[in-house]
Design a protein around this ligand. Structure first.
Ligand code: CU
Length: 406
């Protein structure tokens, strides 16, 4: 993989694990382990295995990468080469893929761009990586994902860690939902988020948001500007995924402490850099339907479960397609496509403001979204997949193949 700019990868491990749980004292947020490139090369072996690790200060047995509950983050510089080796020591198949980057299925070249590089005032803001993940237990035992009565919400594997800012300080938070099935709906008491990028794609402007929705697999890069001295909770709200879905309670994810000497707040730019609006460039249209069986145990894309040997959609390189993604079930799904990104234009018939691209979108219960997907990057020629990013749905069929032909 050859990189053109600074990039941050979060590698979620799909599998669940066994957890033993108890209260823990507050701790300062720790960043996930960072693997950085040296002399233009990042070399890493990832071993997926079952073993003892730490969650929220407790020893647990879980399925982990390189012995850690948290996936490592990889930091590379423009032009670097990344060599990843995946060793599967689990007794089931696993796989690894990269979001937010165009990776050729044939020769793994990738193209990305820097995030805050073009904005000198923001280049040096302090940064945190916040990886959100849940562990579900019931009665002290592992329970199937999505029905746990006791979902522990963690940030970087920690329960309610403390994040400290000075009054007026601006920080960049790179937030990823690396859990399997749960949605996160974030608020920060007394503050708003300024969205810079969605799923690794820089937006055309800073979007102020009181709430941030992170579907399973979603990434958000936001600026946070600290208010006056005090203690503020970063919360995720209770969430309902529909009559055929699940309801789970909210939680305090982290405690934000604002203290120390005040700093003058940075003037935040309203506009970032232009992003091409694809609405007048559509070449083809198609409809994709998500549905599920009445017992909620089998999941379909266009009435079929996943078959890796079948090609479901064929697209010519250069096409810019409008896809209508319809959810015919009674619970939420989130549509995700590999290798490219899209522009969301409508949700349930309501036109959406164009701010930039993303690669995951929530599809409302018995509703639909319209997205415009560019298949214009020659690096994506080959086969890849699109699917619902809730792992329990994807694992039970809700995935399909696409081939981009030269
Ligand atoms: Cu789904």
């Amino acid at each position: 993989m050859r990189l053109r700019a600074v990039v941050l990868l979060a590698l979620p491990l799909a599998a669940g694990g066994a957890f033993f749980w108890g209260p823990t004292p507050p701790e300062a947020l720790r960043e996930p382990a960072v693997v950085a490139s040296h002399d233009g090369v990042l070399q890493l072996t990832l071993t997926a295995a079952r073993g003892a690790t730490q969650v929220g200060g407790r020893r647990v047995i879980a399925q982990v990468y390189n012995g850690s509950y948290l996936p490592p983050t990889l930091r590379v510089q423009p032009g670097d080469v990344v060599r990843l080796r995946l060793v599967n020591a689990l007794d089931e198949t696993t796989n690894l893929h990269v979001h937010g980057l165009a990776v050729s299925p044939r020769d793994t070249a990738l193209i990305v761009e820097g995030l805050l590089d073009p904005f000198p005032a923001l280049r040096d803001v302090h940064e945190h990586v916040l990886l959100l993940k849940d562990a579900q237990i019931g009665g002290g035992k592992v329970v199937p994902r999505g029905i746990g009565d006791d979902a522990i919400r963690t940030v970087n594997g920690m329960v309610n860690p403390t994040i400290t800012l000075r009054p007026g300080e601006t920080q960049l938070w790179r937030i990823g939902n690396v859990g399997a099935d749960l949605y996160y709906l974030l608020t920060l008491d007394g503050h708003r988020f300024y969205e810079v990028a969605r799923d690794g794609h820089r937006l055309a402007r800073l979007v102020p948001k009181q709430q941030l929705l992170l579907e399973p697999g979603a990434r958000e890069e936001v600026l946070v500007q600290a208010a006056g001295p005090g203690t503020y909770a970063l919360r995720t709200a209770g969430f309902d995924t529909g009559p055929q879905g699940n309801h789970y309670p909210g939680a305090v994810l982290a405690t934000v402490r604002v203290k120390g000497g005040a700093v003058p707040p940075l003037a935040l730019p309203k506009r970032l850099l232009p992003v091409a609006d694809l609405r007048r460039r559509i070449t083809d249209r198609r409809t994709i339907v998500f549905s599920e069986s009445a017992d909620g145990d089998t999941f379909f894309v266009d009435g079929r479960t996943f078959d890796p040997n079948r090609i479901d959609t064929r697209v010519k390189l250069g096409a810019i397609e409008e896809w209508t993604i319809r959810n015919e079930s009674g619970e939420l799904h989130d549509f995700h496509i590999h290798q490219t990104h899209f522009q969301v234009t409508e949700v349930n018939g309501v036109r959406q403001q164009f701010d930039g691209y993303q690669d995951i979108v929530n599809v409302p219960v018995h509703g639909e979204v319209k997205v415009i997907i560019p298949f214009t990057d020659p690096n994506i020629v080959g086969r890849f997949v699109y699917h619902c990013h809730l792992l329990s749905h994807e694992d039970k069929g809700m995935m399909a193949t696409i081939e981009v032909m030269p």
